[in-house]
Design a binder for this molecule. Structure first.
Ligand SMILES: NC(=O)c1ccc[n+]([C@@H]2O[C@H](COP(=O)([O-])OP(=O)(O)OC[C@H]3O[C@@H](n4cnc5c(N)ncnc54)[C@H](O)[C@@H]3O)[C@@H](O)[C@H]2O)c1
Length: 357
């Protein structure tokens, strides 16, 4: 039984925790400034303080936002009855996790380490310490994505059989100095969000074909990816990702087309088109039985609202208010496995053409 299509009735927000714990942040870099702190202020989540070994950066950000700083990672990890928030470079996550008290609640920025071996190490630390640990795959909590998933759950698309991610934009990789010299960039740092979201919508694929390459105009290891996720013969799932479409705004795009057997959805991910300021997100649905596309009026954007929802779920899980921890380290390991398979595929030769006789 399908509900009548009422676009404004779609769920776009995560339930708020009734008594959020103070948050201790590790890292005072760009994502904390652009998304974590704005989100927590908007949601009214208290921030106890932050730690960054770059004390000048830490103190500047802390004074702008009126929060404390800690003199060491150990001092930050010793603050009790808090939620820890790791916004550290991926190869730092494990060393910070080792400092945290057993059974702590912790949010870890994506990716879950630099590769699958690092993800396995992080998973082992979290299991040993019984941490309530989740990865910051906040795209799952963007208002447009929560609405999309609600629409799918209500049957407005029928069975989802096609997922097409299409990006042609100019990403300013120099915003992230910690990426310099890394061997894995595009899939590990960016498309990982899409792979994670696809896993949530469609489950784990049987495998992946991928090719990820750089660009002659710069020395970032990879900035362009083509990928096909294998879901058998009912579902087509592709990513066409070009971060080097640097020819002005016209003809740039950052969009998903998700088609079901009876309806379809179109999404624009605005944040990437003018990162981190962002253009508006867009969600339009052509519902089952409808004869036109309908715009869902979004109540927020990926930055910062998706970060509000991400933290809400962790806080609620830690307080026993949510039964499921979304993107727990257990689940996120599978996204890392998909990333690893994509890089393995990219390193392999494609099917060779036969020689002309
Ligand atoms: N979810 C998203 O959409 C998203 C977007 C951007 C970045 N990120 C992730 O967030 C993390 C940080 O990215 P960023 O853009 O803020 O990078 P950044 O380089 O601007 O900041 C990283 C900060 O971490 C600090 N740091 C290093 N070691 C530390 C330690 N042991 N303890 C505390 N702080 C430490 C550095 O001094 C630096 O200030 C990365 O893992 C990145 O992948 C996620």
């Amino acid at each position: 039984m399908t509900d009548r299509f009422e676009p404004q009735s779609l769920t776009q927000t995560w339930l708020a925790p009734s008594n959020p714990r103070p948050i201790v942040i590790f890292g005072a870099g760009s994502i904390v400034r652009d998304a974590h702190l704005p989100a927590y202020r908007k949601a009214g989540y208290p921030v106890a303080g932050l730690y960054d070994p770059d004390t000048e950066t830490a103190e500047k950000l802390a004074s702008e936002w009126g929060v404390a700083t800690y003199a060491s990672a150990e001092a930050a990890a010793a603050v009790e009855n808090v939620v820890y928030d790791l916004a550290t470079p991926p190869d730092v996550h494990a060393s910070v996790l080792r400092l945290l008290p057993d059974a702590a609640a912790v949010l870890i920025q994506k990716p879950m380490g630099a590769d699958l071996a690092a993800a396995s190490e992080i998973l082992a630390i979290c299991r040993n310490k019984k941490l309530k640990a989740a990865i910051n795959f906040q795209l799952r909590f963007a208002p447009m994505m929560l609405a999309l998933k609600d629409a799918i759950a209500k049957g407005w698309l029928g069975e989802v059989v096609d997922f097409d991610a299409w990006l042609a934009l100019a990403t300013q990789w120099q915003l992230w100095p910690f990426l310099n010299g890394r061997p894995r960039i595009e899939i590990a740092m960016h498309s990982i969000h899409y792979l994670d979201l696809i896993r949530q919508l469609l489950g784990d694929p049987e495998g992946i074909h991928a090719k990820s390459v750089g660009h002659p105009n710069h020395d970032i290891a990879q900035s362009r990816t083509s990928a096909i996720l294998d879901y058998g013969d009912r579902v087509r799932c592709v990513l066409s990702i070009n971060h080097d479409h640097d020819f002005g705004r016209k003809h740039q795009a950052c969009e998903f087309r998700i088609c079901g057997t009876e309806g379809a959805a179109y999404l624009q991910l605005g944040v990437n088109l003018d990162y981190p300021r962002g253009e508006p997100d867009i969600l339009e649905i052509r519902p089952k039985g409808g004869d036109s596309w309908v715009t869902v009026n979004l109540k927020g954007a990926s930055f910062p609202d998706a970060f509000v929802g991400r933290m809400a779920n962790l806080q609620r899980y830690a307080a026993g208010e949510d039964a499921e921890l979304v993107s727990s380290v257990e689940d996120a390991w599978n996204t890392m496995a998909l990333v690893e398979a994509a890089y393995q595929s990219s390193a392999l030769p494609a099917t060779q053409l036969q020689e002309r006789p």
